[in-house]
Design a protein around this ligand. Structure first.
Ligand code: ZN
Length: 139
């Protein structure tokens, strides 16, 4: 398994995710949510920020089904899915992840042919790998 490369701007995202909580960086002055995390607000140029809890609800905006050649640990699990989720609270914010059957399930636990753009999904956290995942709101 590849582990995330964590930089200082993004570290809080992973700390909250490890507690099972999805938080997104927000400007402390104008309130705009932004992702990926960065020091400066692209709307008002403020350097003040905070981490705001979001519902973890979203919709599949797009997806791909990677096939080999892949990194060896991923090749074993192919075909699997990689989805792009737009957040319910901030449709301009899109997070990349995997749609799985339940929290902690393998990347290939859902048949990629069953994935539909627009389907409602919910954030879950895989406690064994430390990675965020997504499940269908209504499986
Ligand atoms: Zn701002």
């Amino acid at each position: 398994m590849l582990t995330p490369v964590i930089d200082p701007d993004g570290a809080p995202f992973w700390q909250y995710a490890a507690q099972g909580e999805l938080r997104v960086q927000a400007c402390a002055d104008c309130g705009e949510l932004r992702f990926p995390p960065r020091p400066c607000c692209p709307h008002c140029q403020s350097l003040a920020s905070e981490w705001r809890a979001v519902s973890g609800n979203g919709r599949i905006w797009s997806y791909v089904v990677p096939h080999p050649p892949l990194l060896p640990e991923y090749a074993e699990q192919a075909p699997y899915n990689v989805i792009v989720v737009e957040l319910a609270e901030a449709p301009r914010i899109r997070l990349v992840g995997n749609l799985v059957s339940e929290a902690g399930a393998p990347l290939n636990s859902r048949d990629p042919r069953s994935i539909r753009i627009g389907a409602r999904v919910r954030f879950v956290f895989d406690r064994s790998t430390g990675l965020p995942q997504w499940v269908l709101e209504r499986p």
